[in-house]
Design a protein around this ligand. Structure first.
Ligand SMILES: NC(=O)c1ccc[n+]([C@@H]2O[C@H](COP(=O)([O-])OP(=O)(O)OC[C@H]3O[C@@H](n4cnc5c(N)ncnc54)[C@H](OP(=O)(O)O)[C@@H]3O)[C@@H](O)[C@H]2O)c1
Length: 275
């Protein structure tokens, strides 16, 4: 289903890094109309800046922002989401869809504060959404319909790709694809550094590293082939690549990456409980 969101009223509560990336993309693509969008932040001067930049209504008033909204996008930090939900609970339209991108916050936590019948979809996107190359995991709450899920998919397909998962897997999505860009940047930076070590100019080395990672990822996505098979195709017997792979194995790259995702996944389960 291709959801038409053009006439829906959107309230973005917490228009920081991620909320800002999403909202800029929606307005640029015409997914939502500026006159149908309200955004909130904590600081008044930030609100004024957003209103001027985007041509939307922006303030620090969550209650006012959600009145009449069809879709409420929660982009605040997990630690303050309870306060924000308490603030807006009496103001939401009965048919409003609440889309939360807060790491670690279960749909049941939101439903308990907004009423069991509230339609809640939990999404875990990543910052690559800024260049329409995002990856988002989506899960449904207790009262969400197929149409609600389709609306959320349309909102995140607009900035990349989406996958619907069970809620029990959302922390894993957080540890892999939401934290993942940071891990990938470190690998990319290291490859570029290696290029400098073997004599390349830094800008050339960074381009080679970035385009190589993008290319390898594109081949996996477009062919659906197993990464191990693709790796074997690059690895000529007694050639250069196998010597490099030996170093990676000795340096425990695989196990280090696996541990990084496991730790980030565990941490994703803790954030809500910190103040
Ligand atoms: N960054 C990521 O890669 C990423 C990925 C996936 C999910 N997430 C989730 O996205 C959410 C936001 O993360 P972020 O990185 O975008 O954080 P951020 O840049 O700090 O944005 C948080 C925003 O919330 C605003 N805010 C604070 N208190 C508020 C209140 N009471 N009412 C309304 N707005 C309020 C802040 O306003 P001011 O600007 O005025 O301070 C800020 O604009 C988090 O829940 C995080 O788990 C982030």
């Amino acid at each position: 289903m291709n959801e038409n969101l053009g006439d829906k009223k959107l309230a973005v509560l917490g228009t920081g890094k991620l909320g800002g990336i999403l909202l800029r993309a929606y307005l640029k693509q015409g997914l939502f109309k500026p006159q149908n969008v309200t955004a909130t932040v904590k600081h008044g001067e930030k609100a004024a800046k957003l209103a001027k930049e985007m041509g939307i209504s922006a303030s620090t008033e969550n209650r006012t922002a959600v009145r009449g909204a069809d879709i409420v996008l929660l982009g605040v930090k997990p630690q303050i989401i309870g306060d924000v939900l308490q603030e807006i609970s009496g103001e939401l339209s009965p048919n409003a869809l609440v889309v939360s991108v807060a790491a670690s916050v279960p749909t049941s936590y939101i439903e308990q504060r907004l009423g069991a019948k509230a339609a809640v979809v939990r999404v875990m996107p990543n910052t690559c959404s800024a260049v329409n190359c995002g990856m988002a995991g989506i899960c449904r709450g207790a009262s969400t319909t197929e149409q609600h899920v389709e609306i959320a998919r349309a909102m995140f397909d607009a900035v990349g790709r989406t996958v619907v998962v069970d809620e029990k897997n959302m922390d894993a999505v957080t540890g892999l694809s939401a934290s993942g860009p940071a891990f990938a940047y470190i690998i990319l930076e290291s490859l570029a550094e290696a290029g400098v070590k073997v004599g390349l100019a830094r800008d050339v080395a960074t381009l080679l590293a970035a385009q190589t990672m993008k290319g390898a990822a594109s081949v996996v996505l477009e062919t659906g082939d197993h990464p191990a098979l693709l790796k074997d195709a690059v690895t000529t017997p007694a050639g250069c690549t196998i010597d490099g792979i030996l170093e990676l194995e000795e340096g425990k790259l695989r196990v280090t990456l696996i541990k990084a995702v496991v730790k980030a996944t565990q941490r994703a389960g803790e954030l809500l409980f910190e103040k």
